[in-house]
Design a binder for this molecule. Structure first.
Ligand code: ACO
Length: 371
């Protein structure tokens, strides 16, 4: 094989630079550090749209007919949370011993393809109910029922704690949820589109997308970010710890991105949100110091790589400040990203063409084996 073919195939292994779909849902500019979601810069989006408003925007943008108004989405998600709560006993009895993310994966599989409410509403409505129940089970506590007329973010925090959240907490969670609804052709969204292209339906696409999301190279990073902050422990230990890990060939969780070559704009959104929420408490200040040192250590060790902070770093710090246990951060990411997945399913179903790429055969040929 020629050297250029080897290189082409090496980069093809990650489909770098390959445009796999056209979408009106979001655009990631990795050089400028800019994220546009359905026509809004992310910073403007979160100032003007809570989670339900963002969901309505994305589903309208995806061409859902009739176009849903914000109030429709609020009402339908409330009803879907109540419906999903009826499945909680089966969820809990069938997922004993599983983690929250594994439990959510099983829980979403309990949803039928067809139902009274549309599948995208049932999937997005079920996730906070299942995640809250799974978190409470971890603590040995009984599940708390949803309240249909509450906002999605507020109801999730209330179900998880069995106590109402403050307005500041609801605002911070809404900022997180609206920000992470969609992000170009990331691995889980691509998975959702591949599944949708086979006409397997929305629920299957969401289950598959969650499976892709849970890996540490995608949505599974925030838990390890918090483990890293805990392991480092003290300011004196920051640089020695980071240098040792990099020298061992370990990746620093919350750094690096396939598309962003500068700081992920969502990292700053979450940094601001957690600073506002906690008044910049000791944990947040420590996280900022670790971030600064990590960027120095990465530049020293990998001067030819453009590695910067990705959103998972401050996701971890923000969700921790909201009292979300680290076992549940990936599932809370799914709570929001399911909006993007389902919107991409709508777009893909309209395209209507099976996604079926080619592979390059590098195995033995029958003729060679006989020789
Ligand atoms: N720490 C240390 N080195 C890193 C890191 C990191 N976080 N990220 C990349 N590198 C290094 C690699 O070791 C490699 O170095 P080498 O050429 O000396 O071997 C080089 O940078 C390029 O790495 P790739 O794996 O080719 O980069 P890719 O684009 O595939 O990786 C990824 C992107 C998976 C996010 C990577 O940066 C990573 O593993 N980060 C840590 C996990 C993480 O934070 N995941 C969350 C991503 S954000 C999200 O999905 C929502």
């Amino acid at each position: 094989m020629s050297e250029s073919n080897v290189l082409k195939r090496a980069s093809a292994a990650g489909l770098d630079q390959v445009v796999a779909a056209e979408t009106a849902l979001s655009h990631v500019d990795g050089e400028a550090g800019r994220l546009v979601i359905a026509g809004y810069d992310v910073e403007t989006l979160i100032a003007t749209h809570d989670f339900e408003a963002t969901a309505a925007l994305l589903w309208r943008t995806a061409g859902l007919d009739p176009a849903p108004a914000e109030e429709d989405v609020r009402r339908d998600l409330g009803a879907a949370r109540v419906d999903a709560f009826a499945l909680v006993p089966s969820l809990l009895s069938s997922t004993r011993g599983l983690t929250v993310t594994e439990g959510l994966r099983a829980g979403l599989s309990l949803l039928p393809d067809e139902g009274a409410l549309p599948a995208h509403i049932r999937a997005v409505g079920a996730i906070p109910v299942f995640v809250a129940a799974l978190v409470r089970r971890e603590r040995g506590e009984a599940a708390v029922a949803p309240v249909a007329h509450h906002g999605h973010a507020a109801d999730f925090l209330r179900m998880m704690r069995n106590a109402p959240a403050s307005e500041a907490e609801v605002t911070a969670l809404n900022a997180y949820l609206s920000t992470v609804t969609d992000h170009g052709m990331n691995a889980s969204t691509f998975t959702a589109r591949v599944i949708a292209s086979t006409r397997a339906g929305t629920i299957s696409a969401v289950v598959g997308a969650l499976c892709a999301l849970k890996g540490p190279l995608h949505g599974g990073a925030p838990g390890p970010v918090l483990d890293m902050l805990d392991d480092i422990g003290t300011r004196e230990n920051i640089m020695p710890w980071l240098r040792t890990e990099i020298a061992k060939g370990e990746r620093l969780m919350g750094f690096g991105h396939r598309v962003y070559k500068v700081r992920d704009p969502r990292a700053e959104v979450f940094n601001k949100a957690v600073t506002l929420l906690t008044n910049g408490n000791e944990r947040v200040r420590f996280a900022r110091e670790v971030e600064k040192a990590a960027l120095i250590a990465l530049r020293e060790a990998k001067p030819n790589q453009r590695l910067d902070t990705n959103m998972e770093y401050y996701t971890a710090v923000l969700l921790e400040a909201l009292g979300i246990p680290r076992s549940a951060v990936t599932a809370v990411f799914a709570l929001s990203r399911a909006v993007g997945w389902t919107a991409h399913v709508m777009e893909q179903e309209r395209v209507g063409r099976l996604i079926r790429p080619q592979s390059a055969y590098i195995g033995v040929w029958p003729d060679d084996a006989a020789a």
